[in-house]
Design a protein around this ligand. Sequence first.
Ligand SMILES: [Mg+2]
Length: 284
Amino acid sequence: MSKSIKLCDISDYEKFIDKFDTFLLDCDGVLWKGGDTLPGKKLLFVTNNSARSRADYVEKFKKLNIEAHEDEIFSSSYASAYYLKNVLKFPKEKKIYIIGESGIADELASEGIRHCGLSDNDQQFKPEDIVPDPEVGAVLCGIDFHINFKKLAKALYYLKTNSDCIFLLTNDDATFPASGFIAPGAGAISAPLITALNKKPDAIMGKPNKPMMDCIAQKFKLNLERTCMIGDRLETDIQFGNNNGVTTLLVLTGIAAEKDILVDNAPIIPDYYMSSFGDFAKLC
Ligand SMILES: [Mg+2]
């Protein structure tokens, strides 16, 4: 495997930037500690966080003095809604049972897809809750801060009972960095369902999986050869680019450290790396 190229100075930055038209940017670990523009280039913000909608992200960006439009944000919640509508052509008469937060519900609604499940938050399980609902055509599971037995039991029931009921995950991150601790990620929320069903999901949207890249490429009509994925995490961001024919740039302001990619037999290495995305500001 060839080694990663380190971008060190302005001349490196200029040559690098010229190679691409579009940059796919992870948010946490990249943006919050870095700059927010690259002159003359298209930036798309790509995040596995399904708890927020694109509109929520625009608000969060505003507080950080970063200008972004809803159309420049691709969260796993929106990717799921886009995939259901445009790839799976999810039938209008059917609805989605959500295990997740309002960001998923908002994005499904934005694509005109009916949903249910949020009202099961914080509810005690009763066997009489389990009743047939043939309109449920898919279960979509993301990070859920109100996960409970009732939701898992209903999701399992629909997936086992409704013929052709699709099992989708927004993403399957094992953990995510919360304020001061490591929290269980969306992958830990869906794990009980995978065990109970004894089968894998029909599709997993988020990085590093292919459906997310397919949706981004389709929606923005990207030339993937002129696209670069920038992120701080090897197993999601960098693997996402490596798996899908997109050049990758690792920034060292988040999870991964330089030693992780320089060690012999490193399992995942980026094409390029640099200390901080904010260093590109020297070009402005
Ligand atoms: Mg990150």
